[in-house]
Design a binder for this molecule. Structure first.
Ligand code: XIL
Length: 524
């Protein structure tokens, strides 16, 4: 082979290698997939791609089924209140954990306490157990499983799907239904898990909790309230797993946006987020493999990845299946399928390209840098249009892709309006949008924010202030003054700021509100 040919091959190969999903993933995040560890020892006939795609594309894994109780402990143990390693299939635990370590992957443990896929003997016996006995059994089980894999699992789903589908409260009709206080039971399960493996991150995981909802009787609201209370009571929870099983032609931009809002809320409680079971299925004979549907699917995958993996608060994303060849969807969801990024022949679908394009976009923009490269000095004045350089999800959030204003110098979709006197105003704001600024605070203290030239039109608008992603004060309200172009000033008092370089986020909880600048000075 001549040298040019060799060079060309190296070049092309290097290029291909460099472009796998994991190589494009943001450094502090993983891109994972479910695996069926039964396929490891016994490679599927003519399906060598199963292994090779997992190894080349992903740096995170979770067992689709083999870490579930029904599979780890199918037979009734001699004494459910004194479990030993003989009672569980440790082989399944080893297979996944060791594969993860060998291939330098993040390993998720899914899941410890769940109402589904429990052994039959447990469903029967637990009906007669007292509350105390259920706690005792759960403690034994968690301590044994989590203790056995200690140090090998980075994220555990401690409790899965605890919220009821219909009532949006804690679930009834589970094997642990006899406990006298369900919330306390959930709390204790986190405590048992932390004790068994202090370094693993512990998650509450559920479906249809990802879209932000104002409604108090919604699953989302229940989840947010629950995890906030858990944090306040010092229960060792580290994060929330948003499953994100989604439907292609129902998934609207507004919903994707509202998932970002949920992640914002979870971050400001001080918890992490993980996208744990991501798939986008095509349903109802939408001619699932038609170009049109696959193109729509590509766009949805693309937007989800851009918004979610671009978010500071997310540890990683796990695809609940990477190939349509081995998918849980057709078995469980009628008339649905084709949910994943590779087709049944292991060829990448348009959705795969969509994911890759977004990963590249995130790579280009991830760094948040101060406007004009120097942090804004506090005490001092922040012009709202001087938000940090970066991208959507990194230095700002805007709901759409269009700048609805007439000031387009920044080439971002942030809606900036230039008034005839030259002043630049931030307008068209909506709940969930935000802007972030790098600031340099001279002294720790309480500060007043004089919001100069603002207008709230007809509704009570509301913002909150976050420092380094943590909510630092209650929400502030703007009293409406009827028209967006009649400006006035509002003063927000006593906002605590720490000395040094930080990011300051103005987070719109309720819009619209129009903003020009804020003078920040020590409170009297
Ligand atoms: C699913 C598996 O993919 C299927 O193979 C199995 O038959 C049923 O469970 N939410 C969860 C996952 O938390 O554990 C489920 O996995 C999908 C829904």
């Amino acid at each position: 082979m001549n040298i040019y040919k060799t060079l060309l091959i190296i070049l092309v190969f290097g290029q291909l290698k460099a472009q796998t999903l994991k190589s494009l993933s943001p450094q502090d995040k993983y891109i994972g997939t479910i695996v069926n560890t039964n396929f490891f020892d016994n490679p599927l006939k003519n399906e060598k791609q199963y292994d090779s795609i997992i190894k080349s594309q992903f740096n995170g894994i979770v067992a689709e089924n083999n870490y579930k109780m029904a599979i780890l402990m199918p037979n009734q143990p001699k004494d459910p209140f004194h479990l030993t390693l003989k009672d569980i299939n440790t082989g399944y635990l080893d297979k996944l954990a060791n594969f993860g370590i060998q291939n330098k992957m993040i390993v998720r443990g899914h899941c410890l306490i769940w109402q589904n896929q429990v052994p039959q003997w447990l469903s029967i016996l637990s009906k007669k157990w007292t509350s105390k006995q259920i706690y005792a059994f759960a403690k034994q089980y968690i301590t044994l499983v989590v203790g056995y894999t200690k140090g090998k699992i980075q994220e555990w789903d401690v409790v899965n799907e605890g919220i009821d589908d219909r009532t949006a409260k804690l679930r009834a009709n589970t094997w642990y239904n006899n406990v006298t206080n369900k919330q306390d039971f959930i709390n204790q399960c986190f405590i048992y898990t932390r004790k068994a493996d202090p370094k693993a991150l512990l998650f509450y995981n559920d479906f249809s909790i990802e879209g932000f909802q104002e409604k108090e009787d919604s699953r989302n609201h229940f989840m947010l309230t629950m995890v906030k209370n858990m944090r306040n009571h010092k229960i060792p929870i580290d994060g929330v797993g948003l499953q994100c099983h989604l439907v292609n032609n129902q998934l609207e931009d507004g919903y994707i946006f509202s998932i970002g809002r949920t992640i914002d809320e979870i971050s400001s409680i001080g918890l992490k987020c993980s996208i744990t079971e991501f798939d986008i299925r095509i349903c109802n004979n939408q001619n699932a493999s038609s170009r049109e549907q696959l193109e729509i699917q590509k766009q949805k995958y693309q937007k989800m990845i851009l918004l979610l993996l671009g978010h500071k608060g997310v540890t990683g994303i796990t695809f609940w299946g990477f190939t349509d060849k081995h998918s849980w969807i057709p078995n469980i969801m009628q008339n649905c399928g084709n949910a994943h990024i590779y087709d049944t022949n292991y060829n990448p679908k348009p959705a795969y390209e969509g994911v890759r394009e977004s990963l590249k976009a995130i790579q280009r923009y991830t760094k948040q840098k101060p406007f004009l490269n120097s942090p804004i000095k506090i005490p001092g004045t922040i012009e709202f249009e001087n938000y940090d350089y970066g991208s959507k999800g990194i230095s700002f959030m805007d709901r759409d892709e269009i700048n609805n204003g007439n000031f387009i110098d920044r080439k971002d979709p942030v809606d900036l309006i230039q008034e005839s006197n030259g002043t630049i105003i931030l307008g068209y704001t909506e709940a969930g949008e935000w802007l972030s600024y790098t600031i340099n605070v001279a002294t720790t203290g309480l500060y007043d924010f004089d919001i100069l030239n603002c207008s709230a039109e007809t509704n009570n608008a509301q913002i909150r202030i976050e420092i380094d992603g943590i909510r630092i004060a209650h929400s502030f309200t703007f009293i409406p003054n009827g028209s967006w172009s009649t400006y006035k000033n509002e003063i927000f008092h006593n906002i605590p700021l720490p000395k040094g370089i930080h990011t300051l986020k103005f987070y719109i909880e309720k819009g619209p509100v129009n903003l020009d600048k804020t003078k920040i000075h020590l409170s009297k």
